[in-house]
Design a protein. Sequence first.
Length: 483
Amino acid sequence: MDKFFKITERGSNYRKEIVGGLTTFFAMAYIIFVNPAQVAADGAGGWLAGAGADAAALGQIWNSVFVASVLIAFIGTLLYAFYAKLPYAQACGMGLNSFFCTCFISGAYFAGVDLIGGYHSGMVIVFLSGIVFLILSITGAREYIAKAMPDCLKKSIPAGIGLFIAFIGFKNAGLITANQWTFVQFVDINGMIDNLGGLAAWRAMVPAIIAFVGFILIAILSKKNVKGAVLIGVLSSAVLYYVAMWQVPSFDISTIGQSFKDFGSIGVTGLFQAESWKLAFNGAHIGGIFSAIVLIISFCIVDMFDTVGTLYGTATEAGMLDKNGDPINMNKAMACDSIATVSGAALGTSTCTTFVESAAGVAAGARTGFASLVTSLCFLACLFLTPLASIVPSCATAPALIFVGVLMLKNFANVDMKDLRNAVPAFLTLIMMPLTYSISNGIGIGCIAYVLITLFTGKFTKKDLIATLIALIFLAKFAFVTM
């Protein structure tokens, strides 16, 4: 075991690996609650159901995604343990799950497409993006493309995703609401008191208050280096919510069986239905073959740079870089990510990616795949937590989204803001993701700005061809596809 994982060779021991693996798990365990909520628009009792969507179908999607999320976290992290032999973990990517919901779940509802069909079409798109990931990883092209992209975009993409995630968290909790004159505004507590009064006003403002308190709690715990701060914050917020609302959560153990039933009926079977492929390329919520191709490319790009950023950041902290300053076993790590994405689509969930929270385990001493083995087994045990996950309200998961936004935003500090050729594209990438409610739009606009500024200032070189190709794809997308 020691020889296989190279535990002693990397200056570690079993205790450090176990502690590191547990630390990584508790740092990212919130995903088992958050991912199904994000993909299924909070499920049967969520905002989309409140807008008139089929609550039963959303509940089925939630159950299916919950099981698929746990299974793919187990499988993806196990790949890291035995193939790449690195102390990293995988799960469904934040931001990408929201993107999935926007395009395929809520998008299907507003386009008049069956929700289950929309869910299945998303699985097809993610599956194809995973196949592209795998081809690029095997050929080494993925590593080349990652290194060829402008540095300012690499650093601003994770930060933009962070803002996007945080915005979703604020919105889900009701901390930010719509305003017909200013588009958005802070929660109108005074208006609730004046218009509703008494108990009704209190119940209306509780979600926003709980989300804010939960976020501050996570920040305090993280500052004090408490392990599992995000998970503690989510669960504490859930408890506070029910106390504040003076309600008893419905806890039905039979939901475990229903989750597996829904997973078997609409999750693991969706990718293999002809109708799913038809909807993926011809559904009203997609907009045609060209739009489908743009979506596949968008998922590819986002996952690619999310993984690359995580690998470089975590490997640097662990001192696991080669002589060229690149993460060791980088191609194997990218292959793990690709295989996990393909497998996740087959199981019925959004894109799987390497989690930045892996850095928590590395900081605790993890250096080998043995830590990933520990993390993966912890995820496997979560298959039977469906009843607990289903009672966590969106205002309790919102603090996790906002805090992840904080963590991801730090990447922007590394952008050279003195050079406008870097500053302007980075800023546009950062700000356009939340303002257009689209990760791909932010990437596209940033690429277009970078290419134009570089071209008209005489700085264009051969290495900018990749960014130019991406910019041209997005120009065509903006011209012919509304998304």
